[in-house]
Design a protein around this ligand. Structure first.
Ligand code: SAH
Length: 244
């Protein structure tokens, strides 16, 4: 079993585990399927004011996190593992990257604040930059939680039914089909009849048609990748142009 350990470098250790302490991730934490430590960057400040940031060389707005402090914090860690810095200019987090990270033993997660971190310490430790989307957060802590959430649910034994992964949105590059549960009629709206007939192959076909239609309407970029057989973690479901 892959017990994953996250070493989180942050100015706000009390922001963890937050959502990761409850529900699926919380149970996995209690079961020892993953663990984490926080390192408070401020503990490595050397002056009486506990300064961790300074004004940018070259001028401009905001403050920059100091390289010496981050370096000292990294050096205090028992292991290194995969070094990740959260940044809007990083590689976009997607399901493929989450899957890749779920095979790691140790993730070192550096959460930025202010305008970000001095470039030299990122280069020195070869931090890999990851973004959770094209928008600006006020800090990397939520990004770390989002990344960990995507990774934790992929760890062996965390989700009960292994098939859940295979059928999820993005696994095979198609968005998910619509779900329905009881009652079969609600507010005058009926569940699609095909789902009530118990014909498994026809249900499968219907769901794939739904996936293709929803993906075509909402994410033509994903449909294109799907039809080219790119990117999915699972063997792709049949494409639009395949023989049926
Ligand atoms: N000046 C930076 C933004 C700094 S935001 C810029 O314009 O690119 C402060 C911190 O929040 C960053 O150092 C980073 O750790 C985190 N952060 C902000 N947006 C993020 C995103 N989309 N993905 C991951 N981390 C992000």
């Amino acid at each position: 079993m892959n017990n994953m350990h996250a070493q989180i470098l942050t100015l706000f250790p009390d922001m963890f585990p937050a959502t990761l302490g409850q529900a699926l991730a919380g149970k996995a934490l209690a079961d020892g399927k993953w663990s984490y430590t926080t390192t408070n960057l401020r503990d490595f400040a050397t002056d009486n004011y506990k300064t961790v940031d300074d004004t940018p060389f070259g001028g401009g707005a905001g403050m920059v996190m100091k390289p010496d402090i981050i370096h000292a914090a990294v050096q205090s860690l028992p292991r290194t593992g995969r070094m990740i810095y959260f940044s809007p200019r990083g590689k976009l987090l997607d399901q493929k990257l989450a899957k890749e990270l779920s095979a790691e033993k140790t993730l070192t997660l550096l959460c930025g604040r202010y305008e970000g971190v001095d470039q030299r310490v990122l280069d020195h430790h070869q931090f890999e930059e990851i973004s959770i989307g094209d928008y600006i957060l006020s800090g990397g802590e939520i990004a770390a939680q989002i990344l960990l959430d995507t990774v934790i649910r992929l760890l062996p034994g965390v989700l009960g039914n292994a098939e859940t992964h295979a059928e999820e949105s993005f696994s095979g590059n198609l968005l998910e089909y619509p779900h329905y549960t009881r009652p079969a009629e609600w507010e005058g709206k009926k569940v699609p009849e095909i789902l009530l007939l118990g014909h498994h192959q026809r249900i499968k076909d219907w769901r794939l048609e739904q996936q293709l239609a929803i993906t075509r309407a909402r994410r033509p970029d994903l449909l294109e990748r799907h039809n080219k057989g790119e990117y999915g973690n699972q063997p792709a479901a049949k494409g639009e142009n395949d023989d049926k």
